[in-house]
Design a protein around this ligand. Structure first.
Ligand SMILES: Nc1ncnc2c1ncn2[C@@H]1O[C@H](COP(=O)(O)OP(=O)(O)OP(=O)(O)O)[C@@H](O)[C@H]1O
Length: 513
């Protein structure tokens, strides 16, 4: 059998090892503090552990974490520097040990968690938490008073732990300061930019977005046709709006046509209008989008989805600025500005003979590219906080923070559905969150990274392949906004196979619209 002293040393070593590991892997200070107090209680019989920290630039001490204290008791735990034992330790930077708190008049018992009966047998140890020479708080614990056991060993262990804790607080404060600095800097730049360009609803401070702002500014000054490119959900429509509302046409109509959503046989009537009786169901004359956009801007979204015959007609309108309604003979002249957008590779389509080269040049006089969100990660936090504010207000909820682990999950995710997916993700998180902070578990399962999954699940080869297959399909559905034939195209497979796999994995395409 090992001697008690050896046992104690082993126990201390294992505690210190467990703690330093926790500090190494976690960025979440609350998590670290709770773990420390939990280990002290579990392994050393130290109950009611409390970490009290000085609020920066004040002499107020506030309970940051407490083991075995209710929420109300924690709220009562406010001290002034120098007040009570905790306040004295924080003020002097020296530890205090009280073998029996019943004999100690300075013991304030502010949290009111010990009854008089309890107090009889309790010792109290409080050590300062320091960063360098500065004392930033105190760590205290209760221990059952035992006549024959010296408290010196506990004091020594707590002093080591509090120095580890000091390091963790220091790192945490440095990260927060850095983040606040970046946020303030981003806010400053954003307001400078929005003063200059007034694109208040477009969020993003990455260098790529700065290029986009400059291009929007240039585009809105002229009258040339603009082609906006980028994956689905990157903000192409937002940019089209910004160009229009910053141009001299801003007081005139902005007319949007989603070329992919209108059936091929109706697109011409939609664009150019029709006369009464032009086809079955044409009960009266109807103006087309080009006519409605007179003096304003027409925005052709998903222009890569236009059929060849419609492309020919569109080309004529762009060249001559005139057209006839379907079934009509009168030539209508309009003055519009054209902005179009696509997530397709038009150059390849031209090469493949499915998109007219002359139309391509007409559309692409000035092009603006919106980079995918995964290529401008510095915008993720800014966008997430913007959406958090919007949806918290909309849902009357007081959520004002996103936890560090949740931020890490968002920063490492690849966002196949881009900003739209991030927006949906935050909207959902706000709905399911019932506190003041968005945590990792409020985010959708797709944000759990594959490494996290591998760590938690010991799964077979077949299951891994199935997970990969499922992820591929879901990513493609997000990128195509739930369009099955485009998903099949993107994955170089058939609609039948996608349909079969969706059934197999219980995936509903409607969730990605
Ligand atoms: N930079 C941004 N700042 C704020 N919101 C954004 C930004 N980019 C996109 N969004 C929001 O994300 C959603 C999708 O944006 P939008 O519809 O403009 O994308 P899109 O590229 O036109 O997508 P699609 O190609 O699928 O039509 C919208 O709700 C939009 O407001």
């Amino acid at each position: 059998m090992k001697a008690p002293a050896v046992n104690r040393e082993l126990e201390e070593l294992s505690i210190l090892f467990e703690l330093s590991q926790k500090i190494n892997i976690s960025n979440d200070l609350q998590d670290i503090l709770n773990t420390i107090l939990d280990i002290l209680s579990r392994k050393m019989g130290m109950t009611r552990g409390t970490v009290t920290l000085l609020k920066p630039y004040t002499d107020d001490l506030v309970i940051e974490a407490a083991h075995g204290l209710s929420y109300d008791a924690k709220q009562r735990g406010h001290y002034k520097l120098g007040e009570g034992i905790t306040g004295k330790v924080a003020a002097s930077g020296k530890p205090m040990v009280i073998s029996n708190i019943n004999d100690e008049p300075r013991f304030l018992n502010k949290t009111k968690t010990r009854s008089d009966l309890d107090k009889k047998n309790i010792s109290f140890i409080c050590v300062p938490i320091k960063v360098g020479k500065e004392t930033i708080g105190a760590l205290s614990v209760d221990k059952l008073f035992q006549k024959d056991i010296s408290l010196d060993e506990d004091l020594r262990l707590l002093t080591i732990i509090s120095s580890l804790l000091g390091q963790a607080v220091k790192i945490h404060r440095a990260i927060n300061e850095e983040r606040d600095k970046l946020r303030a800097e981003a806010e400053k730049l954003r307001s400078q930019l929005s003063e200059k360009f007034n694109f208040t609803n477009i969020i993003g401070n990455s260098s790529q977005m700065h290029d986009v702002y400059v291009q929007i500014h240039q585009a809105s000054k002229g009258n040339a046709s603009i082609l906006i490119r980028g994956e689905s959900g990157t903000g192409k429509e937002l940019v089209a709006h910004a160009i229009h509302y910053n141009s001299i046409r801003s007081a005139k109509p902005f007319v949007k046509v989603n070329c992919a959503a209108i059936p091929a046989e109706l697109i011409e009537a939609e664009l150019f209008g029709h006369e009464k009786g032009a086809f079955t169901g044409a009960y009266q004359q109807k103006k087309g989008k080009f006519e409605l956009a007179h003096s304003g801007t027409i925005f052709l979204d998903e222009v890569g989805d236009l059929s060849m015959p419609t492309q020919v007609k569109l080309l004529r309108v762009l060249q001559e600025k005139e057209f006839e309604r379907v079934g009509g003979v009168e030539t209508i002249k309009t003055n519009f500005r054209l902005i179009s957008a696509t997530n397709k590779n038009l150059e390849t389509m031209v090469k493949d003979g499915v998109f007219r080269e002359d139309l391509y040049y007409r559309l692409n006089v000035f092009s603006i590219f919106l980079p995918p969100l995964r290529d401008r990660r510095t915008d993720i936090l800014l966008l997430a906080e913007h959406f958090l504010k919007t949806y918290a207000e909309e849902n009357n909820k007081k959520i004002n923070r996103i936890s560090t682990p949740a931020i890490d999950m968002m920063m490492t995710y690849h966002w196949p559905g881009n900003v739209r997916e991030l927006e949906n993700c935050i909207e959902r998180a706000v709905l399911v969150c019932d506190g003041e902070t968005i945590h990792g578990h409020h985010l959708p399962p797709s944000l759990q990274t594959s490494t996290q999954r591998e760590q938690t699940e010991d799964i077979s080869f077949e299951e891994k392949v199935a997970t990969y297959e499922k992820d591929l399909i879901i990513d493609a559905l997000k990128a195509t906004r739930g369009n099955i034939s485009k998903t099949a195209e993107m994955l170089h497979t058939t609609v039948r196979i996608v349909g079969y796999k969706m059934k197999q994995y219980n995936i509903d395409y409607k969730n990605y619209r």
